[in-house]
Design a protein around this ligand. Structure first.
Ligand code: NFS
Length: 670
């Protein structure tokens, strides 16, 4: 018997799920399929099932009894490490291939092969060029953009193993580069690093968990570079996000409009769709609709939300439910995080599922291969299918949940600097001062997905609320950010209602600085998951201003509902760049004590960052608050009174204990 548990913290999602329960003709949702799947494979959960060679599947007995080795002789730590770093490589491949596709779009533009794009971020071209060491004086935008592009593409193709990735060397603190270099985890070529992981984990190559994990970390650093390239070139092509007020949640769908959801990750198509939608107004009117209503889902949605204020309809876990409203006329998908069930769902409704990348075909789709060279025509073709579908809606019941929330988004690094500049000519020094004074106790990056194993969005909300109450500023991306904009946490009311006094004052002052009547929200939406690069840049700028490294700052990261391999790789580079990183879903590593130890403890000694695995969101939030307090104290900006822990320990005592523990480790456990 499967225990009935709360499925979502989003009332609109709950409403649709209840409606679905009453009609057996509807297809199953991810929640149903998860229940049907129970119990899930324990060996898989622990990461001790190996299918790397065809002599398997081999599974190790976690109790220590036989079988303790696979057919080839691999033990639990080898199997767990290999499985883990293959996930890291897959995450890196997804992000960095996305970056490459954006780069190829810029290349097509610079070579005059497309008229669908222009360089909207002229300033960004200069900023990136300067950062990576290109001389900017006397060069026009296109020349500079070409030089930036060539250097980005070189990070995917360099043969000189001695030269580090430019998008590593130029984006981390000097101290961090030194740490990464010392550990031999600085990549020279993004693609080669992914290949190295796949080679190393082949049957009969590396069996030692330590170099295996270090290779995973190197791949995670390559991932950070790939993400950063994606953000940089997206900003160059589509403009740097600025503060925008809009709405989000399923209530943004409109009964009398042609509703088009854009779902996936890469903005190259969705930007053009947004550009051309108005040109089809006559056809839309002729079809009897009021207009085309564009909405977003997942990270394509986050990109559109940040740059254009296009509302985010929903996030990962609830993507199928957008069809259940009965008014979604087209779901356009590019790639990543697309449920394979969508094709089947689309067949049960009038909705056209339109796939646009040959990387990501769906059964039951209509495929229109998107090409930057024919972007405008492709975009119109796709929208015309949506208009046709609108005409075929028939008499199906309309169920648009009446929920939507105002959100303030667009917190790019550039926008954040501009906001802070309203208070001081030295914006990052102002930020540092606010942290030192304790108005902002610290910063928490809350990132990542939804995971059907836990109540949809609930952990995101619990962790954020507790941190905000404790004066921690939240910077968010991905489906975490998607949860906040839909739940009304990314607006000024959230600041007024739940922010601690110091944080409220900080956000109110900044709101006034921007000539707003209201405070800024306590959660700064920084974009899609590749835009974790913005999170990295913001905190790196604070570290550089203070002359320290991220490992010394009162910052924490959290992926309360981590799901994808991309989340695994992001968590890994966060740890490797010095962030204490909470993960609310147990990754498949607990079949090896050694690997868990490395993730939770050894990483702290080597990188200063470490994983905190905690499935209880309330406990996790408290722990994150305590970590921030402890780091403040270590940095010399906290007070002993401020830092009394739930167990009555002061930070001082805790720190002493940690030092003691370190000494014990140094003495070989004696
Ligand atoms: Ni990130 Fe964005 Fe969401 Fe998770 Fe998927 S959409 S790239 S992987 S599920 S946050």
């Amino acid at each position: 018997m499967v225990e009935e548990k709360k499925k979502s913290a989003d009332p609109g999602v709950v409403e649709l799920l209840e409606m679905k329960e009453k009609d057996e003709t509807f297809p199953t949702t991810a929640w149903d399929r998860y229940d049907i799947m129970q119990p899930q494979c324990r060996f898989g959960e622990l990461g001790i099932c190996c299918t790397i060679c065809l002599q398997g599947p081999c599974r190790i007995n976690p109790t220590g009894k036989e079988p303790s080795r696979g057919v080839c002789g691999a033990t639990a730590y080898t199997i767990v490490s290999r499985n883990l770093i293959r996930k890291i490589a897959a995450g890196c491949a997804a992000h960095s291939d996305h970056g490459r596709h954006i780069a190829h779009t810029l290349k097509a533009l610079l070579e005059g092969k497309t008229d669908a794009y222009s360089i909207k971020g002229e300033e960004k071209v200069k900023t990136v060029a300067k950062r990576i060491g290109i001389e900017v004086e006397g060069k026009d935008t296109n020349t500079l953009a070409k030089e930036v592009l060539d250097m980005a593409l070189e990070d995917y193709s360099r043969h000189d193993e001695e030269t580090p990735l430019i998008w590593t060397k130029t984006i981390v603190t000097p101290e961090r580069f030194e740490i990464l270099d010392r550990c031999d985890v600085v990549p020279y070529n993004i693609d080669a690093t992914i290949a190295e992981v796949m080679h190393r984990t082949h049957i009969g190559v590396d069996a030692d968990p330590v170099p295996l994990i270090f290779n995973g970390i190197k791949c995670a650093i390559a991932d950070l570079a790939g993400e950063h390239i994606s953000t940089d070139i997206s900003d160059i092509l589509f403009g740097v996000p600025e503060l925008t007020v809009t709405e989000s949640n399923l209530g943004v769908l409109k009964e009398n409009s042609v509703n088009v959801a854009m779902h996936g990750h890469n903005p190259v198509l969705s930007e053009v769709i947004a550009d051309v939608a108005e040109e089809l107004q006559e056809e839309v009117t002729a079809a009897g609709a009021e207009g085309i209503n564009l909405v977003g889902i997942c990270c394509t949605g986050n990109e559109l939300l940040m740059r254009r204020g296009i509302p985010l309809a929903t996030n990962f876990a609830s993507q199928e439910l957008a069809l259940l409203t009965g008014v979604l006329d087209a779901m356009i998908v590019d790639y990543q995080c697309i449920y394979p069930s969508l094709g089947w769902w689309a067949q049960c409704f009038h909705t056209r599922l339109i796939s646009t990348s040959n990387l990501c075909r769906q059964t039951g789709d209509t495929h229109i291969e998107f090409n930057p060279k024919t972007a405008k025509e492709d975009a119109k073709k796709i929208l015309r299918l949506a208009i046709e579908a609108f005409k075929n809606r028939g008499t199906r019941e309309v169920n648009i949940p009446d929920y939507k929330e105002t959100c303030v988004v667009g917190f790019s690094m550039e926008q954040v600097e501009e906001i802070l500049r309203t208070q001081s000519d030295d914006p990052m020094q102002y930020m540092v001062d606010q942290i030192k004074e304790g108005k902002v106790a610290g910063i928490a990056a809350i990132v990542g997905c939804n995971n059907i194993k836990t109540c949809h969005d609930e952990a995101h909300l619990k962790v954020a609320r507790e941190l905000i109450r404790n004066n921690v500023l939240i910077i968010a991306t991905g489906c975490a950010a998607g949860a906040y904009v839909r739940a009304g946490l990314a607006n000024s009311n959230a600041t007024k209602e739940i922010a601690g006094e110091g944080l409220k004052e900080f956000l109110t002052t900044l709101g006034k600085g921007m000539n707003l009547d209201e405070p800024l929200p306590p959660i700064w939406h920084m974009g899609s998951c590749v835009d974790n690069s913005r999170i990295h840049d913001f905190v790196t700028a604070i570290a550089n201003k203070m002359g320290v490294d991220i490992k010394d700052l009162p910052v924490v990261a959290s992926a309360p509902e981590a799901m994808s391999e991309k989340a695994v790789v992001i968590g890994t580079w966060l740890v490797a760049t010095g962030w204490p990183t909470h993960v609310g879903i147990l990754p498949f590593i607990h079949g090896s004590d050694l690997v868990v130890q490395v993730a939770e403890n050894t990483a702290r000694d080597v990188y200063g960052g470490y994983f905190v695995f905690e499935t209880d969101a309330d406990k996790a939030a408290k722990r994150l608050v305590n970590i921030i307090k402890q780091r403040r104290w270590k940095l010399g900006i906290g007070t002993d009174e401020e830092i009394v822990y739930a167990n009555g320990q002061t930070a001082h005592e805790l720190f002493e204990e940690t030092e003691e523990k370190k000494a014990t480790v140094a003495n070989g456990g004696k």
